[in-house]
Design a protein around this ligand. Structure first.
Ligand SMILES: *Cc1c(COP(=O)(O)O)cnc(C)c1O
Length: 412
């Protein structure tokens, strides 16, 4: 359990590794590539395997370089513990693999990252049921709950259409019903928002995005905020109830998802992500300011049909986003008028790069319906509010004037 940090966000991340002695006084946690960890006394090895002694066993279940990153993320989220995974999707899949059984029910926001939407479709084919609701209003979530509902899943700001979930009231509902509240914080990042403040049980971060921040490593994490009472969760196996109840969830996730399914984060990626995270606040300050400037310029132009960005007064959840988040995020999407071809527009951009990542230092653009949301088909896209001409923009740290000029000249 971490104590509340007395320093600011960036100071805390920078000095997190030095809370413990690091080999040779190295300022960065070294990259430990060893897969196995040996013990002089075989009884110690047994004690580590039996959970009676702290220690590493085999790289799939834990690695010192990865643990150092997990501690950083725990501090960022003010949680009580974190597990890292090979990707953001592996972190979300870990919830499914370790905490859901056949017959369980999930209520998920309908406004989701495309691959998460696809994951829930897979789950629905494997014995659990999933209801998709408009999570911008808690009443839709409440109406979908059944006695079998184990998990409510939302994104803070939905990727790519930027709907903001009714985060606080869904948190209160889940707390009242004892339901696990899983919040994907990728689009806000712990710098802009801590889901613990609205009662989240588990926080998902795709480390690939704003936390790593440079598009050079994949990773994901699950943070237990410590708010959920695991004694009331029916799917915890007896094996994982030996420690205090606050640790049951992560103990079962470590065993069932990391050990059995094996979506573990490698130490080299953990190092890239940890170094990247040191500048998250600096990058996001610039990216959010750039996103606001671009969204305002595009909204004022008659050739643009719609701009979706929670920072704009025209956004339906502008007020609540302003209350909850430090800033409005580095991602927005927009629709061109029918007579402007979105491919022609993208090809006229000189700086922004057509590519499918987000949270990179470079500005990336993608025609959503033709790429990341292509597989699901037009009907499902329409139900998620995805227009055929929708362009998603992940705003980088380029100089503001250069970006605004690039997006303006491309309008033709
Ligand atoms: C990218 C993303 C993910 C998945 O992360 P990967 O590291 O690409 O697997 C999950 N949720 C959201 C909101 C994302 O943007």
């Amino acid at each position: 359990m971490t104590t509340p940090d007395k320093y600011g966000f960036t100071t805390t991340i920078l000095h997190s590794d030095r809370q413990k002695p690091i080999e040779h006084g190295a300022l960065h946690k070294p990259i430990h590539t060893s897969v196995a960890f040996g013990y002089k006394d075989a009884r110690e090895l047994a004690a580590v395997f039996q959970g009676k002694q702290a220690g590493y066993r085999y790289g799939r279940q834990g690695n010192p370089t990865v643990s150092a990153l997990e501690e950083k993320i725990t501090r960022m989220e003010d949680g009580q513990g974190t597990l890292c995974f090979a990707t953001g999707m592996a972190a979300i899949a870990a919830v499914v693999q370790s905490l859901l059984r056949a017959g369980d029910h999930v209520v998920s926001s309908a406004f989701l990252f495309g691959n998460t939407n696809s994951l829930w479709q897979t789950v629905a084919g494997q014995g659990a049921t999933v209801s998709f609701v408009d999570a911008t209003d808690v009443s839709h979530v409440e109406a979908a709950l059944t006695p079998a509902t184990r998990v409510v899943f939302v994104e803070t700001i939905a990727n790519p259409r930027t709907q903001v979930a009714d985060l606080r009231r869904i948190g209160a509902l889940c707390a009242a019903r004892g339901i696990l509240y899983v919040v994907d914080n990728t689009m806000t990042s712990p710098y802009l928002f801590r889901p613990k403040s609205v009662g989240a049980s588990l926080v998902v971060n795709a480390l690939t995005k704003s936390i790593g921040g440079h598009g050079n490593a994949l990773g994901g994490s699950l943070t237990d905020t410590g708010l959920f009472d695991w004694t009331g969760y029916p799917n915890i196996l007896e094996n994982y109830k030996r420690a205090p109840a606050i640790q049951w969830g992560l103990a079962q996730i470590r065993a069932k998802a990391l050990r059995d399914f094996g979506g573990s984060l490698g130490p080299e990626a953990a190092h890239h992500l940890a170094v990247g995270s040191e500048t998250m606040a600096l990058r996001l300050d610039r990216e959010c300011a750039n996103a606001m400037a671009l969204a305002r310029m595009l909204e004022a132009d008659p050739r643009v049909a719609a701009v979706h960005y929670p920072g704009l007064a025209s956004h339906p959840q502008h007020a609540i986003a302003g209350e909850l988040f430090r800033a409005f995020g580095s991602l927005f999407s927009f629709e061109l008028r029918d007579d402007v071809d979105c491919f022609d527009y993208l090809n006229r951009l000189k700086l922004a790069i057509p590519a499918s990542n987000l949270g990179d230092t470079r500005t990336l653009v993608i025609p959503v319906a033709h790429t990341i949301f292509f597989e699901m088909g037009a009907e499902r896209r329409a139900s998620m509010g995805i227009a055929e001409s929708l362009i998603r923009v992940s705003v980088g740290i380029e100089d503001t004037v250069d970006l605004v000029e690039d997006f303006r000249q491309a309008l033709g």
